[in-house]
Write a protein that binds this ligand. Structure first.
Ligand code: SAH
Ligand code: TMP
Ligand code: ZN
Length: 415
């Protein structure tokens, strides 16, 4: 395992208590920082080290690159690449429209991290007043092109105040896979407080700490994710902003996510599911430091097993290709030392990533056509969170004798 850098200690971003990393993944590049060959010499690295705050229960990474290094006009992640996620966000939007917004007159919906408009387009199509707040200019432009009203800026308390002054208060503030990205989370929660109507709701979903621990899904840990939430940590945070968690809904996306519904304290009854989830978190030991010692050991074991498998296949002269150049794959390839001698290339459908090299390990990224033209013996499924969708459409690969390698929840060969 990479040596733990003992300077990897600081203060909890939520409660200010001193925290210390319980392990280190070592030197890491920007997860979505796919590079041209000419950019390799000046590649940026930081130390990726997770910590658990025993005081308020917030799991977080100690060091995070500046947001501008990750979210900019060449942000490589377009939400709508996944058909499955398109359906997921359609259901999310309909749930909000038919739930909290049902009886509101002329409701106003704001989404932070609205990306290419994957969710807001359903509000736009229904003629609902909406606004996307999306700092990555390229994906914001893609949203505008499909009729989704979008401003290109970072959401925080100032943005909330300005939006309220211009458009009035919001009935719903939504976010998916964005709240956990924002280190200045107090400003976002204060912004929610500023922006929402008295009965307004804040609904967001992010990868769930319980799933990460249970499945050893350590590849959820990368630069963009400052935080890894649980119901306990979100409840503690909400309390500081006169908000409370009124419902929780587990989601089968991104390897296991949790949707949290928050409102002003006392405005709504609290669903039973909230207490149930708190109890299950206690049973899982999410608030106990020993849990993270176990996670560290499981992560190290997973790395040894994956490396042993790939080295063995190399000795046998098998061709291994990576499938989907996901942000998560950056943690796996860098932590496990997976370089082009072990994985020939990574197949990915995103034009912006094709022809480039994977961050840190510099594996070539090639279009899916290269995968289909000459199937490898093994495909290393970096997009395991889209596994169902991918395996269903790649039946010809397994039909031709190809096998899948997965590593969450454990390293195994399928097919
Ligand atoms: N909601 C989409 C996109 C998630 S990726 C989905 O689930 O697929 C995270 C997005 O949040 C990126 O598009 C990034 O540009 C945006 N983002 C990062 N920091 C932000 C902030 N402070 N306010 C609003 N959006 C932010
Ligand atoms: P993410 O896990 O960071 O969301 O990234 C998903 C990546 O996976 C994105 O670059 C597109 C790629 N992908 C494929 O190449 N083929 C697929 O079938 C799917 C679903 C995703
Ligand atoms: Zn804390």
């Amino acid at each position: 395992m990479a040596e733990l850098n003992h300077s990897a200690s600081c203060r909890c971003r939520v409660c200010g208590a001193p925290i210390e990393a319980f392990m280190s993944f070592g030197r890491m590049p920007i997860a979505n920082g796919f590079l041209a060959a000419s950019e390799i010499p000046s590649e940026y690295f930081f130390e990726l080290a997770p910590a658990f705050c025993g005081h308020c229960g917030m799991f977080q990474i100690v060091e995070q690159p500046r947001p501008e290094k990750m979210f900019h006009a060449e942000y490589a992640f377009y939400s709508s690449t996944s058909r499955y996620m398109q359906l997921h966000f359609e259901k999310f939007a309909l749930g909000v429209l038919e739930g909290v917004l049902k009886d509101r007159r002329d409701p106003f919906v704001v989404e932070l991290g609205s990306n290419d408009g994957i969710m807001l387009r359903h509000f736009a199509a229904g003629g609902i007043r909406h606004l996307g707040v999306e700092p990555s200019a390229n994906v914001a432009a893609a949203a505008r092109a499909r009729g989704v009203r979008t401003v290109s800026r970072f959401f925080d308390e100032t943005a909330a105040r300005e939006i309220r002054a211009e458009d009035g208060p919001a009935d719903a503030l939504l976010g998916a896979n964005v709240m956990c990205h924002i280190p200045y989370i107090h400003s976002v929660f204060a912004g929610a407080n500023t922006l929402l109507t008295p009965r307004g709701v804040l609904i967001f979903e992010d990868p769930y700490l319980g799933d990460i621990v249970e499945k050893t899904a350590y590849d959820q840990i990368y630069d963009e994710h400052a935080f890894y939430f649980s119901c306990a940590s979100i409840s503690a945070l909400a309390l500081r902003h006169e908000l409370e968690v009124i419902d929780v809904l587990p989601q089968p996306v991104h390897g296991g996510s949790m949707r949290y519904v928050l409102a002003r304290a006392g405005a709504y009854p609290v669903a039973e599911a909230v207490q149930r989830l708190r109890a299950s978190e206690e049973a899982l030991g999410l608030e106990r430091p020993e849990t993270y010692d176990r996670l560290r050991a499981n992560v190290a074991r997973s790395r040894e097993e994956l490396r042993a498998l790939l080295l063995d296949l190399k000795r046998q002269g098998r061709r291994v290709v990576g499938y989907a150049a996901t942000s998560k794959s950056t943690t796996v390839t860098n932590y496990c030392g997976i370089t082009p001698d072990l994985v020939e290339f990574i197949s990915d459908t995103t034009p912006l990533k094709q022809g480039k090299f994977s961050p840190g390990t510099h594996i070539p990224v090639r279009p899916h056509e290269d995968f289909a033209a000459r199937y490898p013996d093994y495909a290393l499924l970096f997009g395991w969170n889209h596994g169902e969708e991918i395996m269903a459409k790649e039946r010809a690969f397994t039909g031709a004798g190809g096998k899948w390698i997965v590593y969450v929840p454990k390293v195994q060969v399928l097919g």
